[in-house]
Design a protein. Structure first.
Length: 150
């Protein structure tokens, strides 16, 4: 059975006022949704988008919006913090190889960021499925698959 984030226990979870810079970035994303769910787009075809996230210790990937069904795999393991669109802040520990599947009905989405709280690089692979209930959001100009740039 595929696990989702609903099956994952947060080490910390709460609602408190976000730092001003995080709140301002979240507000900007709400007005201009960011479809880049990874640091680098590795591959894209008519069915999928494959992303990688590489975060050095203390590094953060900004707010991005999930509208497509997808799964992620933690390549390296690590510990991370997310600010989520419902106002919660959560912290999780990820194991190498841990995989979670997420799906969204028409009009549903998730917006969050991710910060590496650990002392080593944290790496995730994410695969989005374009044939989801929601249409894929267009990618910003200049975001092309890394494999096409090679």
């Amino acid at each position: 059975m595929a696990l989702t984030m609903l099956d994952k226990q947060a080490e910390k979870k709460g609602k408190s006022q976000w730092p001003a810079d995080i709140a301002a970035e979240f507000e900007r994303e709400s007005k201009n949704p960011n479809p880049c769910v990874g640091s680098t787009l590795l591959s894209e075809n008519e069915r999928t988008r494959v992303w990688i996230i590489r975060l050095a210790p203390g590094e953060r990937i900004g707010f991005h919006r999930h509208v497509l069904d997808y799964f992620w795999t933690s390549v390296s393991g690590g510990r991370g913090r997310q600010h989520v669109h419902d106002g919660t802040t959560v912290e999780y520990t990820y194991q190498p190889g841990e995989t979670r599947h997420e799906s969204y009905g028409k009009g549903e989405f998730k917006v969050h960021d991710l910060e590496n709280l650990g002392d080593r690089e944290m790496v995730f692979m994410t695969v989005e499925f374009k044939d989801s209930a929601n249409k894929p959001m267009p990618l910003p100009a200049g975001v092309t698959p890394q494999s096409a740039a090679a």
